[in-house]
Write a protein that binds this ligand. Structure first.
Ligand code: HEM
Length: 160
């Protein structure tokens, strides 16, 4: 199980950077399209589903990790203690809830885009929904300096 966790953690760590970069590109392009009144571009039509797909993959790896690393068990066995202890609460409850909320917002945003045909409305909706999701994601990553900090980069045993 330790080897499986190392592989999943490595993937989860690296995909975090991919999701973050894609999210930033999507948000910047959406604001540019909105303010510069772009015609809705094919690049965005492809980029948004790609961003959503990578985000969902990260959620799936996170869900597997949640059980293989024992966080699900910790919460089920001692919910009271978990809620009282910040370091346990972070991964047992807060991290995944916020990330799933971000995923829900991304999916609502994508569906909202499909409902309109006008380019300006598409970019405006994308800018609003994806900015909220990006902020939630940024706020829910275990950055260095936090109680539940995790490495900025992980490649199996190599971390920094
Ligand atoms: C896009 C969404 C997500 C991002 C960007 C993200 C990001 C991260 C990062 C950067 C780490 C630290 C990795 C490391 O130690 O090298 C981490 C750890 C973890 N994440 Fe996520 N995560 C996301 C979604 C989720 C979800 C939905 C779950 C659970 C359902 C989850 C469960 C975990 C677990 C269990 C750990 C390992 C904690 C430990 O070290 O024991 N993540 N996540």
């Amino acid at each position: 199980m330790e080897a499986v966790n190392q592989v999943l953690l490595t993937l989860h760590n690296i995909i975090r950077w991919v999701v973050l970069i894609l999210g930033i590109v999507v948000v910047v392009r959406s604001f540019l399209g909105w303010f510069k009144k772009w015609e809705y571009r094919e690049r965005d039509q492809k980029l948004i589903p790609f961003f959503t797909g990578v985000f969902d993959m990260q959620i799936l790896i996170g869900l597997i990790l949640y059980f293989t690393k024992g966080w699900g068990g910790v919460l089920m066995n001692a919910p009271g203690d978990v809620m009282k202890t910040a370091s346990l609460r972070y991964f047992a409850v807060e991290h995944w809830m916020m990330m799933i909320l971000a995923a829900v917002i991304i999916h609502i945003g994508s569906a909202q885009l499909k409902k309109v045909t006008e380019s300006l409305k598409k970019y405006k909706r994308a800018a609003i929904w994806f900015s909220i999701a990006l902020l939630l994601m940024l706020a829910s990553i275990p950055w260095p300096g936090m109680t539940s900090a995790r490495p900025l980069f992980r490649l199996f045993g190599i971390v920094f």
